[in-house]
Design a protein around this ligand. Sequence first.
Ligand SMILES: Cc1ncc(C[n+]2csc(CCOP(=O)(O)OP(=O)(O)O)c2C)c(N)n1
Length: 467
Amino acid sequence: MFKSIVCSVLAASLVNAGTIPLGKLADIAKIGTQEEIIPFLGGAGPYFSFPGDYGISRDLPEGCEMKQLQMLGRHGERYPTYSKAKTIKKTWYKLSNYTRQFNGSLTFLNDDYEFFITDDNDLEMETTFANSDDVLNPYTGEMDAKRHAREFLQQYGYMVENKTSFPIFAASSERVHDTAQYFIDGLGDGFNISLQTVSEAMSAGANTLSAGNACPGWDEDANDDILDEYDTTYLDDIAKRLNKENKGLNLTSTDANTLFAWCAYELNSRGYSDVCDIFSKDELVRYSYGQDLTSFYQDGPGYDMIKSVGANLFNATLKLLKQSETQDLKVWLSFTHDTDILNYLTTIGIIDDKNNLTAEYVPFMGNTFHKSWYVPQGARVYTEKFQCSNDTYVRYVINDAVVPLETCSTGPGFSCEVNDFYDYAEKRVAGTDFLKVCNVSSVSNVTKLSFYWDWNTTHYNATLLKQ
Ligand SMILES: Cc1ncc(C[n+]2csc(CCOP(=O)(O)OP(=O)(O)O)c2C)c(N)n1
């Protein structure tokens, strides 16, 4: 009897011993077990390769020579932004003030749970080895960027073998800059990279990697009439379920919505999240589609102005492609935000813009737009221009998968013959007008994107921003 009391006291004290993860609470038992949830988190969770891989080899087609390589990447795994952290903390406040034992899927909160935001200085920033909540966290933005650099060398190392000094471009958000720096660290000592930090302040106007930030004309609520149609009863159901299991807990549907973001960001910082296990698979699908809808109508083909916003960068990348023979640099690597990548992909036309997403139901047939597939944390979009015999081709590789252009893919490796590509691109940008639709002149008099051409004389070194 006495022995069993001692044992249970001891067991309780072990469970309560700070954050030492023991037994069923062990991190080792949990890390890596939640990967199937990641694609349903709207791109807020850790990196994963594009699941819609068509099986096309990523290798340079036989007998071809790479002429130019461009990469547009998102920063890596991060902590929540200030505004997202505020909402997550509201929900945490409710939970942490609950005085009874938790039941059901919130039971983990009885086990000395430590809230994953431990230092507000981490907000808006990459997750790193140093600031992770768990020493084994495999999902740091730091490691993601370093690993990406090594994958870049594995895949395209021949492009930089004899040209080890080159610039890398980053938008001036601190997390974006830090990602570029980790990527540079990942390349190793053999390189001499000059990191060009290009301002993403509104005043940068068109000379930016983040056109969305210089776009006062963009209206978050422009398509709310469509988005408001989406059935969010599943959020009420989650809140009701948790409240029923835990008498006196007053979670709302807003709290339920917040828990999905909590799950994603906790994965980024801890490597696992008990919050992710609150949801049923159906709920994850409904949440995920809600994220697809929002981004389709705010930053994708569902918002007519987006083609113009993305054209700012797309036009610049076209110009670089056309200059591949005369430019000394063959590799152009840039980092920015998810929304900017979505805008760019929308202009390219690699996200389906023939079928507008419906908010009336979750469509399964023919819905190819999954936000998280395109812009998970650490997303990377490569443009390849290669020559095979006398012909030259262009193709895109999104998150490790070759994604052909729907109407131009008859070249080797489902690429698009370069003149056909230029015709195609011209049609895509016809009628777009970034400066006008964004009303850029109201915030800046900079009307040209020039950093790819004047970096060597200008030396971009913008002040870092937490945004
Ligand atoms: C075209 C456009 N203009 C302006 C905005 C406003 N806006 C919201 S978030 C954001 C930057 C991206 O921030 P975040 O969602 O935190 O992406 P992340 O840094 O994680 O990639 C901008 C510019 C927008 N989404 N789209």
